[in-house]
Design a protein around this ligand. Structure first.
Ligand code: IPD
Length: 290
């Protein structure tokens, strides 16, 4: 294709920063938040305004891009092979509403349904992650400028030394919910209890930033069922360009789809495949979502 991916990346960084100004100026509250699927699947006016701003800016510059965004998505919408900007205006809406400054704008470009550009920006901490397929991924904040990921020297991977991100998500009932809870239990429990006894599990509340954490190397893995394309598209590029790997959260499935909903992400490091196999042995059944 004749799209210059580096140019797209640079442009998306500016878009993310403009969107960030809208988000940091907003004063959200739990009472003003609207609900989508249930009382914990939240949306604010800021999510909607920010998505509109992003769409406008991208359409002006790249009129031929298709668009898929969290706030305008309708059930049945599908991802095509065309260049598609996949956007989450506020990833971490629950954090945003509560004033917990761990959120991001996640902007990804997929071509042929494969993520090729990713920009993830937390406007509260001014933390920026970006990646272009085949050209590496990078981190900037007020103290660092364009540092190549991962940020740490990757030690070999070991489950009993791992810090693992998991998320509860907004689906709080049904078959998959029990599998999630049992899987969290298996990761934490001592070997006598049949568990992996990882160093810890964390639920920070932003899928995109979790993927960045794995790319940076301060998280060893991230496991979730219930994501959407806009939660993962950008982070996928950033992670893979940092030597990390993304597979399906279900045992033995090595090929997730960007429009699928189950993901296991693992950082760069020796023993990656063995670590994935080992992590899967603690997954407490087959997840149905996705
Ligand atoms: C959600 C967050 C959350 C994750 C969900 C996502 P949103 O995105 O990333 O951590 O558990 O799967 O949908 O709704 O805040 O944009």
């Amino acid at each position: 294709s004749d799209i210059n991916l580096q140019d797209v990346c640079g442009f998306l960084v500016n878009v993310a920063k403009s969107a960030g100004d809208v988000i940091t100026a907003a004063r959200p509250s739990t009472t003003a938040a609207g609900e989508k699927i249930n009382s914990v699947d939240l949306v604010t006016e800021t999510d909607q305004t920010t998505e509109r701003l992003i769409t406008e800016l991208v359409h002006q510059k790249y009129p031929h891009f298709e668009f898929m965004g969290e706030e305008t998505y309708k059930p049945g919408d599908t991802l095509t092979d065309k260049p598609t900007l996949i956007c989450d205006p506020v990833d971490g809406t629950t954090n945003f509403i509560h004033g917990y400054p761990y959120i991001s704008i996640s902007l990804g470009l997929a071509i042929d349904r494969k993520p090729v550009v990713g920009v993830i920006y937390n406007p509260f901490t001014k933390t920026l992650f970006s990646g272009v397929k085949g050209q590496g991924s990078f981190f900037s904040d007020p103290f660092h400028d364009h540092v190549k990921l991962p940020l740490k020297d990757p030690e070999s991977l070991a489950l009993d030394k791992a810090l693992v991100a998991v998320e509860w998500g907004s689906d709080r009932a049904g078959h998959d919910y029990d599998i999630k809870v049992k899987t969290f239990r298996n990761l934490c429990a001592s070997p006598e209890q049949g568990g992996a006894m990882v160093h810890g599990i964390r639920s920070f509340g932003s899928a995109a930033l979790n993927l960045c954490g794995v790319a940076a190397g301060h998280l060893d893995a991230y496991w979730e069922a219930g994501c959407w394309a806009w939660d993962v598209c950008a982070g996928w590029v950033i992670l893979e360009e940092a030597g990390g790997h993304i597979v399906d959260a279900n045992k033995g499935n090595w090929q997730p789809r960007v429009d699928g909903r189950r993901y296991l992400a693992v950082r760069k490091g020796e023993g990656q495949n063995a670590f994935i196999e080992q992590l899967w042995t603690h997954v407490a059944g087959d997840l149905k979502v996705g």
